[in-house]
Ligand binder design. Structure first.
Ligand code: SF4
Length: 319
């Protein structure tokens, strides 16, 4: 795993901070080896799943991760959320609950977890997330055949059990629950699946539903975004409490982390990014950022990828 490097620190489990479309300025915490997941989504930004898992295992030390977070927060007072997400499914780390508790003991910054939501039928997983201030699960399908197509789940997973897990979690959890549904053209954007999703959403009762589509280079090159008009129709079908995720406003706050080839590499390890996103995350000037990106492309560790009409920078596989 690459490291977040600042002049003062080395943080192997952290990435960013970056401007999240859902949470604002967010420090990413990656507590899963790349790429262990219960799903292998066609739109995944991290790449293909290399090891399926549905049982949490202990990864990394609690104090070690919490100390990294504490040190990074001291350097970046503009961070609004500590967000567990990253190179796979964070609830597959059996120490996640202890990590959340430790961060909450040491800092006042709220903690969020971005999860694929597939393991919430397990009581131990629901318990791990209880102390997070916000939990952001996904649900892209409500029928098993579409679940298989879009999320390519571990064969032990059944979407009706996944939905029951989300419902059970909502009943017990007092924090903010933001459900994301990502639509891929021709897979889960038909009326039948949208109506099945609407029914599931009505039963789960999240605080808000965020509708998304493929906006970055996906694991499967054929996974295409749903157009804006259809996204509006889907939003109208699903109804109140749902919104299409819009690009976050660039932060006005001055970043203090130095932009270096290594800080760029550790961000791109988790997902491809546009130059403008890197610029906003670091409040960097183009004349500083562009030569750094050119250098990384020239040394072969970063590649340019076109998706739609946008240019993304991605870490070369194996770099
Ligand atoms: S998008 Fe998330 S849940 Fe889906 S394969 Fe990638 S890491 Fe796993």
């Amino acid at each position: 795993m690459s490291a977040l490097v600042t002049p003062e620190t080395v943080h192997p489990h952290l990435f960013g901070p970056l401007l999240s479309r859902r949470l604002g300025m967010s420090l990413g915490v990656d507590v899963i080896p790349r790429k262990v997941c219960s799903l292998d989504c066609v739109y995944c930004e991290v790449g293909r799943t290399t090891r399926y898992a549905v049982t949490p295992e202990p990864h990394y030390g609690v104090a070690e991760v919490a100390s990294e977070i504490e040190a990074a927060l001291a350097l970046r007072p503009d961070i609004e959320w500590v967000t567990f997400s990253g190179s796979g499914e964070p609830t597959l780390n059996a120490r996640l609950g202890d990590m959340i508790r430790e961060v909450r003991t040491r800092t006042a910054t709220p903690v969020a977890v971005i999860t694929n939501g597939t393991l919430l039928w397990m009581e131990e997983v629901r318990r791990m997330l209880m102390e997070a201030d916000a939990v952001l699960p996904s649900l892209d399908a409500a029928t098993q055949s579409v679940f298989r197509q879009i999320n390519k789940p571990d064969p032990r997973l059944d979407v009706s059990v996944v939905i029951d897990g989300l419902k059970a979690f909502r009943k017990e959890y007092r924090g903010i629950l933001l459900l994301e549904i990502l639509f891929v053209q021709g897979i889960n954007d038909g009326d039948e699946e949208v109506l099945a999703l609407k029914k599931a959403v009505g039963e789960i009762r999240p605080d808000k539903v965020h509708l998304n589509t493929v906006v970055r280079p996906p694991a499967e090159a054929w996974a295409a975004p749903v157009n804006a008009r259809r996204m509006q129709e889907i939003a109208a079908m699903i109804g109140s409490g749902c919104g299409i995720i819009a690009d976050a406003e660039p932060s006005r706050k001055r970043a203090s982390t130095e932009l270096t080839p290594e800080t760029i590499r550790q961000l791109l390890l988790r997902r491809p990014m546009k130059a403008v996103e890197l610029r906003d995350a670091y409040h960097a000037d183009d004349d500083v950022l562009r030569p750094l990106l050119d250098r990384l492309v020239a040394d072969g560790s970063v590649v340019r990828r076109l998706f739609g009409h946008e240019e993304y920078f991605a870490l070369r596989t194996g770099a």
